[in-house]
Design a protein around this ligand. Sequence first.
Ligand SMILES: [Cu+2]
Length: 603
Amino acid sequence: MWFRQGLTSLTWALLSALPTCHAELKPFELTLTWEKHAPDGFEKKMILTNGQFPGPPLEMNYGDDVEVTVHNKMPFNTTLHYHGIEMLHTPWSDGVPGLSQRQIQPGASFVYRWKATQAGSYWYHSHHQGQLNDGMYGPIVIHPEASAARPFDKISKDPAVVRAMKQAEADVKPLMLSDHRHVTSEQGWEINVKSGLETPCYDSILINGKGRVDCWAPEKIASLLTAEQRLFLQLGNKTAFTAKGCLPASVIANVQANGKQTNLSAIPPDIFDECTATNAPREVIKVSKGDYANETWVAFDLIGTFGLITGVFSIDEHPMHIYAVDGDYIEPQEVEAVSITNGDRYSVMVKLDKPGDFTMRMASLTMPQMFTGYATLSYRDPKQATPPSKSSVGYINDIGANTTANVRFFDQAKMKAFPPAPVARAADQTVKVSMRVAGQSYNWALNNTIYPMGLDNETPLLFHPDPERHNNVTITTKNDTWVDLVFQAVVFPMPPHPIHKHGNKMYLLGQGDGLFKWSSVAEAAKEIPQSFNLVDPPRRDGFTTPPALQGPTWMVVRYHVHNPGAWLVHCHVQSHLQGGMSMAIQDGVDQWPTVPPEYWNYK
Ligand SMILES: [Cu+2]
């Protein structure tokens, strides 16, 4: 016994002495079930992960070998995607049905193996049709190496403060920000198909899976209408938003139906119109002041797990230092509010310097619906009496607008990578991708073409690369080249689309109004240099196209091909993804890795 224990502690001592880059195997088991749950007080069928919603955090260290075993105990197929994880050398673990793997059927399991080659905030979610809307998602936290350079000394020069911030980062708390629907993703899709309409009206905004349905007074809804919302009402011959705070379905039929027939009677009244308030508990984040040091800071990973909306997040009376975006450190920006869209991650450092209870707000910015989610940040000073409870003062209101002129919003255009991440000055290949409605109003398309849903059931593209495959739904690139993707909105009014690419991060080179009439960025930059940043542009794994209200708009992203594999580029709005707004990319098709037999043979 002594001998064995002695050996164990010796082994342990040896292991601890190894450099921190030593890879550990991190196994996770995720069991998916289809059960009744009531996150906002309304009971409905949804997906639970290990019996909970949202799913449990997958926490690991940079360099770890990760093994996620998914058990599908649900009555339908699924796959699991790791949002923002580059899957370097393991494209078969990216979780896209028909592209990187065969579907996980009911009763079956699948083992995803990958290496944590990045640090920071990520998340996992279903990539099967609109299943994300059924609650299948959870956070991923990857702790950076102890030796990694951090930008905290740009927030404070005081070593004690920097130490406190490092401790807060090690204990970072994920905040999952979601929009929630009472219909299942399948019911929602059926309503779209039967009515011929997109139905962008949800029921509640959840923070860490908690929230409630609020029904605002008609006067409040009327008083908060924006100019854009008034314009849409006018275009649809209506004067008011519905009791749920939504743009009426008839307006969408008028404005977006694209000449196709619609059937408004196929839409149940609780989808757009009837609002039934609930009274479920909201999330309370409790932090003990003094947990870390005399200086108390808390770090949050804000994760936009939305199926549809873009919104504004803010914590009353507490500025946030945004120190990482989509997992990568940036030169910190101190702000009072940040706009968050589908898939975005913002890591923020918050100083706790005035014990009490403070409202955290997540307000929808999306034109078709006004609604807000709330949580509470609560902390006390153990040496002081409990402060009297009073309402905290918001930096933003219920539609995400600033309440005073001093409120600073995060500015993506000014975001700088830390350390700097240089971009190539020219691209080897330029691909133009038109965005339009192709069919019914829910059939959004990239490159004018709906990505066929049936491809989900095909043999994965990754298993049969074809260097000559250049078609309307497939882009093909060579390894170690730079590629520009030009997204062009060609029909309007067109909402913004949060475009996400799998397999690597991209640089946002520029955006503008009108048609992108040039053959390359180099040519365009000669004529309109002010529209581009070719020196130190923002880098992340998703960028939102500019809205096109009354005329075309464009956006260009550039990326380096260094991760050979089959990747999806798509709009992250679930109904747009389901409606076909995706393209496959055969990146570095000249150097694809061999698919391991356990993935190749998986049935
Ligand atoms: Cu979209």
